[in-house]
Structures are given as structure tokens and as C-alpha cells.
Design a protein around this ligand. Structure first.
Ligand code: OGA
Ligand code: MN
Length: 290
């Protein structure tokens, strides 16, 4: 099988045709997908009418699917444990209100971040399946953090080079006012430190590594100054020339690289159902400082 790869934006993002996620891939096709992913950072697979089980199986082509460590808010599917529910509809089909704790926590995804950066070995990538998509917003936006590093102004570069930032799962709750993690969840997800400038294990390229919903400290800086630095870096990164904005069609599956991109979703009308299922690939290497 030969795939067709059509870029969607000069910075990142490409559509991939010729894949049916319900069927096993041969090794050559799998390598073509990985090569396209390494080059374009975000892949769009249109029209994939997959079950959650097929979603998980496809994910296994690229690594072990992560199991979300927080159980209190029912964001992990009770049916298929590897599925993370990015949804305003619960598994019984009930539309939830924005005031509900799980929805408050999910609202943090409107700020730029990379998934599971609070883990000692952060995730390689994520695959998001649009089951019921929004027409009033809910665009998922991605930034090429290699380009951001390459073009980062000297004054900002000097502040991040050789430094590490802390990533704390609990920071997200402080940011959006969702319930703080329990003692057991904090014990399972203690804060971790990662280099702010990293080298990608496959491409060998250097990128800026920030995750604004989790970063609560920077080495050698007072906490207020650290937060301001993260915000300044995030604002520099969020320029249209570095950004692909994905407008969803039903049964698109997006696969993004968490090592060299950040993403954020735009708001949508909460009266509209939006049901997206995500798998997350467990990382294979600790973050390599560049
Ligand atoms: C995610 C996420 C974006 C979206 O699934 O990791 O941040 O479009 N969601 O809902
Ligand atoms: Mn995310």
C-alpha cells in the first residue's frame, strides 16, 4: 500500500490518504506513516469509522497506549480503559454543563499545552478521533515548536537555554478551578522537571518544550517570573505562521507529536454535543536536553 500525503499548512499538518485504520498495516506502510509524521508533525486521517477498540489497536502500531492516572472525574472511559474522553457528553449519553468538574478540567485544553508532559517520560504522541464534532468552534490548533525555537528572539533564548521547567499535573486544577488531585493522584503524578530546550529522538531537531497548563516553575527563577516567562514564550509561539488550525469533519483522526508541538482547542457552544476520543502513546525516551 502506498499512502498519499497532502500538506495542509506550510508550518505543519498534512492529510494522509490510503489508510484504513480498521485493517492491519504492513511494515512498509507503517514506516511511510512514521516518515510523514516526522516531517509534518500532525497527520489528519479523514473518514476513519473506527470503534474504540480499533482506535487502540491502531495506536499500538506506534507504541503502548497510556492509561490515564486520574480516575476521579471519569475522563477515562469505563468501557475501554485506554480511551481518554474529550467530550461534553458522558458515557450514558448525557450532555454535561461547563460547570461540571470534568468539563472545567477539559477547559484547560483551550490553553497551549502538550499531553502528559507531567510524566517522568512524557508521551510521544496522541490520536484524537472526532465522533461528534463541533460546528460552532472546537477547532484544534497546533504549533510547530521547532520553528519557534529556530526563530526565538535572543532575549528569550538566553532565558531558556540550559534550564529546566517543572511540570505539575496539579497546576491545571489551580489554573481553571477544577478539583485538585487527590493524595493518591498526587503520589502517582509528582511534579517533574524537563529541559526547556529538547532534542527530538527521531528527527534530531531542537525544539522549545513548554506546556503552559502544567508549568509552574523554572529553574533559577522566582515563581512569578517563571510563569511570566512561560506566558511570554507561549505568546511568541502562538503566531499564525507557526500554526495549523484543524476544522473537524466527522471521523477525522488526528495524530500529533507531543515532543515538538503544542496544541489548544478553541471554545464552542456548550449546548452543542462534542464527542472526541483520544489515545495517548506512552513515551519511550526521557526528554533529551539539546
Ligand atoms: C487533547 C486536547 C483538544 C480538543 O485531546 O489532548 O487537548 O480538540 N483536546 O479537544
Ligand atoms: Mn491535549
Amino acid at each position: 500500500m502506498t499512502i498519499t500525503v497532502i500538506p495542509r499548512h506550510p508550518a505543519l499538518g498534512a492529510e494522509v490518504r490510503g489508510i484504513d485504520m480498521r485493517r492491519p498495516m504492513d511494515a512498509a506502510t507503517r514506516q511511510q506513516v512514521i516518515d510523514a509524521w516526522t516531517r509534518h508533525l500532525v497527520l489528519v486521517f479523514p473518514d476513519q469509522q473506527i470503534s474504540d477498540e480499533e482506535h487502540v489497536e491502531f495506536t499500538r502500531e506506534f507504541g503502548e497506549p497510556e492509561i490515564f492516572l486520574q480516575t476521579s472525574l471519569k475522563l477515562r472511559s469505563e468501557r475501554v480503559k485506554e480511551i481518554f474522553l474529550v467530550s461534553n457528553v458522558d458515557e450514558q449519553g448525557r450532555l454535561m454543563t461547563p460547570a461540571e468538574p470534568s468539563q472545567k478540567q477539559l477547559s484547560s485544553a483551550q490553553q497551549w499545552h502538550t499531553d502528559s508532559s507531567y510524566r517522568p517520560v512524557p508521551s510521544t504522541g496522541s490520536l484524537l478521533h472526532g465522533i461528534e464534532i463541533s460546528r460552532t468552534g472546537g477547532l484544534t490548533q497546533f504549533i510547530n515548536m521547532y520553528m519557534v525555537w529556530d526563530e526565538l528572539p535572543e532575549a528569550l533564548r538566553r532565558q531558556v537555554e540550559g534550564r529546566r521547567a517543572r511540570h505539575d499535573f496539579g497546576m491545571m486544577a489551580r489554573l481553571v478551578g477544577s478539583p485538585p488531585p487527590s493524595g493518591a493522584e498526587r503520589a502517582a503524578m509528582p511534579p517533574v522537571w524537563h529541559p526547556l530546550v529538547r532534542r527530538h529522538p527521531v528527527s534530531g531537531r531542537t525544539s522549545l518544550y513548554i506546556s503552559s497548563i502544567y508549568n509552574d516553575a523554572v529553574e533559577g527563577m522566582e515563581d512569578g517570573a517563571a510563569r511570566r516567562l512561560i506566558e511570554e514564550l507561549t505568546a511568541f509561539a502562538a503566531q499564525p505562521k507557526y500554526m495549523y488550525r484543524h476544522a473537524w469533519e466527522p471521523h477525522d483522526v488526528l495524530m500529533w507529536d507531543n515532543r515538538c508541538t503544542v496544541h489548544a482547542v478553541t471554545p464552542h457552544d456548550p449546548a452543542e454535543r462534542r464527542v472526541m476520543h483520544r489515545t495517548t502513546i506512552v513515551g519511550s525516551d526521557p526528554v533529551i536536553a539539546a
